[in-house]
Ligand binder design. Structure first.
Ligand code: ATP
Ligand code: FE
Length: 346
């Protein structure tokens, strides 16, 4: 059985092919950095138009890379949410047309469950239950993955997502788009102790994530002494990037430690675009070593948006007899969890 995955939830157009064993035969990603860079963030209308232009090209590249033809595709899996409506519509309609035209089963996939499935795609034998942190441009979710199908939400962000926070810092410092990777690079030659950042705290004792306070603290440093940050890529900017990044990572791991106090787990895992962050990768592994837990992190190519993870989730669902119908519509909001058991400080 050959599975085609289609992903267009945000600003990456991607089509992938995986086989019955879950081997990736093609995973083509076309990013829209050029389209959105002048605006310092994703412009939904432009994203949608770029998906429309790119999707036939990306499809052909994926077919060539996998060395297959239309006749070889058995199942079409597509991201139907969460994401930007105009972006989702392009992928969903492409997948629906293909499924209708070739009379193939269509499997709707939740994008965030796809980010989790990427971990299984890469590390099939991941010991469960796993404590799984998914950090991306739109989500910061700490899950207890109890079985390959049952995900418990332990913590989520109240405001910005971790990736969004990196992107906003980059915008504030005029570093370019997309910000996360640039902050990561500049932070490598900065002093993480140069600027103080307090860990977020809530009066109700909740153990949610929150990144907007860290963003405000960074903005405050900028406003206090703009002169100091005037040299592009200067030392002050590097120091602020390093200090901010260190605070974000500390905050992310704070909740992981808290969860380890209450949940018995067999492994730790990390996915989503922010899993590309070098400091987070290193600190996450160190945490795993400290608790003597096997630790799994998706490779960068499977961390940021890609259709291989969508094809993998489609395969997982299809093997359980789960398929959708041709009246499938995109869902802007869609929960990735089966159960909520939020951590609390009490
Ligand atoms: P979601 O998955 O929540 O719908 P998304 O699909 O837009 O959001 P991803 O593609 O999974 O998000 O991740 C993109 C995010 O990852 C961006 O915010 C980007 O800045 C961030 N990111 C990528 N590389 C790094 C890095 N090295 N350090 C920090 N952040 C990074
Ligand atoms: Fe994503």
């Amino acid at each position: 059985t050959i599975f085609l995955g289609v992903e267009s939830s945000c600003d990456d157009t991607s089509i992938a092919v995986i086989n019955n064993e879950g081997t990736i035969l093609a995973n083509v990603v076309s990013s829209q950095i050029k389209e959105h860079a002048p605006f310092g963030g994703v412009v939904p209308e432009l994203a949608s138009r770029a998906h429309l232009r790119n999707i036939p090209v990306v499809f052909q590249q994926a077919m060539d890379q996998a060395q297959i033809g239309l006749d070889d595709i058995d199942v079409v899996a597509v991201t139907h949410g969460p994401g930007l409506i105009g972006s989702l519509l392009v992928g969903v309609n492409f997948a629906k047309s293909l499924a209708f035209g070739r009379n193939l089963p269509l499997v709707p996939v939740n994008h965030i469950r796809g980010h989790i499935r990427a971990l299984f795609l890469e590390h099939g034998d991941l010991p469960l239950p796993a404590l799984t942190l998914i950090v991306s441009g739109g989500h910061t979710h700490l899950f207890l993955v109890e079985t390959p199908d049952h995900f418990v939400l332990l913590a989520k962000t109240r405001d910005d997502a971790a990736g969004e926070a990196f992107d906003k810092l980059a915008k504030m410092l005029d570093l370019g788009f997309p910000g996360g990777a640039i902050v990561d690079k500049l932070a490598q030659s900065g002093d993480p102790k140069a600027f103080p950042f307090n860990m977020p705290r809530f009066s109700d004792g909740a153990l949610d994530y929150s990144f907007s306070g860290l963003k405000t603290a960074a903005a405050h440093q900028l406003r206090r002494d703009p002169q100091r940050f005037s040299e592009p890529e200067g030392q002050a900017i590097r120091d602020l990037c390093a200090s901010f990044q260190s605070a974000v990572v500390r905050h992310l791991l704070q909740r992981v430690r808290q969860a380890l106090k209450v949940e018995k787990v067999a492994s730790l895992s990390l996915g989503g675009g922010v899993a590309c962050n070098s400091h987070l990768r290193q600190s996450f592994r160190e945490l795993g070593d400290k608790y003597r837990l096997p630790t799994y992190i998706t490779a960068p190519k499977l961390s940021t948006d890609n259709a291989a993870m969508i094809a993998a989730e489609g395969r997982h669902l299809f093997q359980q007899g789960i398929t959708g119908s041709l009246d499938l519509n995109p869902e802007v909001r869609l929960n990735a969890f089966d159960e909520v058991r939020l951590l609390t400080g009490r």
